[in-house]
Write a protein that binds this ligand. Structure first.
Ligand code: ZN
Length: 689
């Protein structure tokens, strides 16, 4: 849960809004590493079954225990599933990609046919790099040391979740579910599962370079909130009581400056402060091993009204920023340290503060915080005469520009909208869309690496192709390959835009961010910013989609699900939302109708917004068995026709990763897909001609 009660500051400063605007997308460089843990199988897919055990249940238990262990060490964790539900393989990978996780660990248990085998093994993708191998090797060693089963080693295979993730990834097979004599007794024992979770946590922490067991420092002051939160700590409250809720430890800010300090094991703590004549307040702060976290607390005098969530939103633009003293002072090469003139403490933007942290759970209190921030913004507007020091403004500006994705928004704000009942779209009966012509290509780099995930240009003449680790992007044009970029993630979901430009993610960006880097088709960097084009949709905090069109922001929460990706159609009529369990849906903005396409993957609009291509796959929990490509036609709301889905590529072969060029006036377009590892370019005819 997000927790910064009463400490969210809001500032209406034109300067800040201006500075914040280009970075409205959630391209947040997170302070604490984020690990995505993937409990295999679930829901309709029990995984390996044997010895009265189901793999899906066993690995879910180990995964949630692993989450606890990592969070205890101050690591952020997201689970692809934390209940017994079905999540598709490509959605799991896309989820991790969307969060720009630092590492991905999938947890499985094995099975074989014939005489039951025994042992522990770890898998990485065929093309996996050194960091994946390092992660897998550490995991394998710790797991074998913990359970003492046969060491079956680190192996390579293109399991979907390790192949399609853009960060270092490993898939662990704890033991054999069907070996009742040895392995299954381990898998079935809660004590052994806990030991396994601790073993995997040790490996991951070592891989991240985190020193487990070392305490960190949590410190701050207690002050009277002057309406500007930690922007003004001048009125201290000596004698205030501070309590760590989780441990029960207490301290009294006895000194005149009401300073307090705790030495604590790494983890997340709720700090509660109280003082006579003031409201009690609490906030949540992270302690990392060996780090110092500032967590000052402001209390409102009881005679002043407390910000009230029932106050209606204001029509003016506003920006919500975090408190400035929330930084964890752990040296990192990329950390720009800032001196806070008011607090007299070293603070760093984005470091462990709740406002900048992607919550792994749904944060129902977020709107209260935002509305509370509005109230403070109103107070501030009246008090503009306060006049902030230039240095302070600069500090804030940096924080805002690095933090806006987490909490800020632009007016007018539409709070939780009514949830429209989704209309389930079924595939229409009848022949597939006509393929006019097609050709199959095997495109490789000079060292023989087969390229993957084709994206076709609006004119159908250029392909963008990623290396299998998504760390490089190439353009294929007129029979020649050109390197566009070679940075982490840059090969993942590139976009064509403008005249001959390609937009890619920066290494820090999440996949749902508006791409921050742009290149020409011959690989030259461009200064053009895609985010400046005024229309976008993106996922925020997993459960919220923000749609921004010409300065107006709408908030969509159409499903009880966690979101993988959101995208505004090029003609701005639809928002495509990809949910982990609900699959892909299309929200038509004109009439708020939601069309559910079901559990499908890799959706891409055509450049006119008239159609969406996607794939539908089946798998056995690790690898894809079948893959077919479909096309949804998207009529305007004024037309009587609803969305129709037609088969496009439905051969026996594995057909995925479709993208579409602009549909011309004859109803023709070019499609690129991946078919059994080769690239196919086809001309299709949507209308019968
Ligand atoms: Zn499995």
């Amino acid at each position: 849960m997000r927790a910064c009660p009463s400490f969210v500051l809001a500032f209406v400063l034109a300067l800040l809004a201006l500075l914040a605007a280009p970075s409205i997308a959630p391209s947040i460089a997170m302070a604490q590493p984020l690990i995505v843990i993937d409990a295999g199988h679930g829901g309709s897919d029990p995984g390996a079954v044997g010895c009265s055990l189901e793999e899906a249940n066993v690995v879910l238990d180990v995964s949630t225990r692993l989450r606890t262990e990592l969070e205890r060490a101050g690591i952020r964790v997201a689970l692809t599933r934390d209940v017994d539900e079905f999540v598709g393989l490509s959605a799991r990978a896309a989820f991790a990609n969307s969060m720009s996780a630092d590492g991905f660990v999938s947890v499985h248990s094995n099975a074989n046919s014939g005489t039951p085998a025994t042992g522990t093994e770890t898998w990485i993708a065929n093309s996996a790099g050194a960091r994946s191998l390092e992660l897998a090797t550490l995991l394998q060693a710790q797991m074998v040391a913990s359970w003492g089963l046969r060491d079956r080693g680190v192996k390579r295979a293109d399991f979907v979740v390790v192949r399609d993730t853009t960060m270092p990834a490993a898939l662990t097979e704890l033991a054999f579910t069907n070996n009742c004599a040895t392995d299954a007794t381990r898998l079935g024992s809660p004590t052994d599962r806990q030991a396994m979770a601790e073993a995997q946590a040790r490996a991951i922490l070592e891989w991240l370079g985190v020193m487990p067991g070392m305490n960190g420092t949590l410190r701050g002051v207690v002050f009277e909130d002057q309406g500007v939160g930690t922007m003004d700590l001048s009125v201290r409250l000596p004698g205030a009581m501070v309590r760590i809720v989780e441990t029960g430890d207490t301290a009294t800010g006895d000194s005149p400056d009401a300073a307090w300090l705790f030495d604590l094991p790494a983890g997340t703590y709720t700090v509660e402060a109280s003082a006579p004549g003031h409201t009690t307040a609490s906030r949540t702060c992270d302690v990392t091993s060996g780090g110092t976290t500032w967590c000052s607390i402001g209390l409102f005098p009881t005679s002043l009204p407390v910000p009230d969530a029932s106050v209606p939103p204001m029509p003016d633009a506003f920006v919500v920023v975090e408190d400035e003293d929330a930084g964890t002072v752990t040296p990192r090469p990329d950390a720009a340290s800032l001196e806070s003139p008011d607090a007299g403490v070293v603070a760093r933007p984005n470091a462990g503060d709740c406002a900048c942290r992607a919550s792994t759970r749904r944060g129902g209190s977020a709107w209260m915080l935002v509305v509370g921030g509005l109230v403070i913004a109103r107070v501030l507007r009246r008090r503009r005469a306060i006049g902030l020091a230039v240095a302070t403004s600069a500090t804030l500006a940096v924080m805002v520009s690095s933090c806006t994705g987490a909490e800020s928004t632009q007016a007018p704000l539409v709070t939780d909208e009514a949830v429209p009942e989704p209309i389930v779209v079924r595939v229409v009966e009848g022949p597939p869309i006509r393929i006019v012509s097609e050709r199959e290509l095997l495109l490789t780099t000079s060292d023989g690496t087969a390229l993957t995930a084709p994206i076709i240009s609006p004119d159908g003449r250029t392909l963008l192709l990623a290396t299998p680790d998504f760390a490089a992007l190439h353009a294929w044009h007129d029979g020649a390959l050109t390197t566009i970029c070679e940075t982490q993630h840059c090969g993942h979901e590139p976009r064509f835009f403008g005249a001959g430009l390609v937009a890619t993610r920066t290494p820090e960006q999440s996949a749902s961010a508006i791409p921050g880097d742009a290149y020409t088709l011959d690989g030259q960097p461009s200064t053009t910013r895609l985010g400046a084009h005024g229309a976008m949709a993106f996922v925020e905090d997993e459960d919220t989609v923000r749609v921004r069109i010409d300065g107006q922001t709408r908030t969509l929460r159409a499903h009880d699900d966690r979101f993988v990706r959101a995208e505004l159609s090029p003609d701005r009529r639809f928002v495509m939302i990809w949910g982990l369990t609900s699959g892909v849906s299309l929200h038509r903005l004109a009439d708020d109708r939601v069309f559910a396409l079901g559990v499908v993957g890799d959706p891409h609009f055509d450049p006119s917004g008239r159609a969406l291509v996607f794939d539908r796959t089946t798998d056995e929990g690790h690898t894809l068995l079948t893959g077919d490509v479909f096309l949804a036609e998207l009529p305007s709301s004024g037309e009587s026709r609803e969305i129709t889905v037609r088969p496009l590529f439905t051969s026996e072969r594995l057909e995925t990763h479709a993208s579409l060029s602009r549909i011309d006036e004859r109803g023709h377009a070019h499609v690129a897909i991946e078919r059994d590892g080769a690239i196919v370019i086809a001309e299709i005819a949507l209308s019968a001609d």
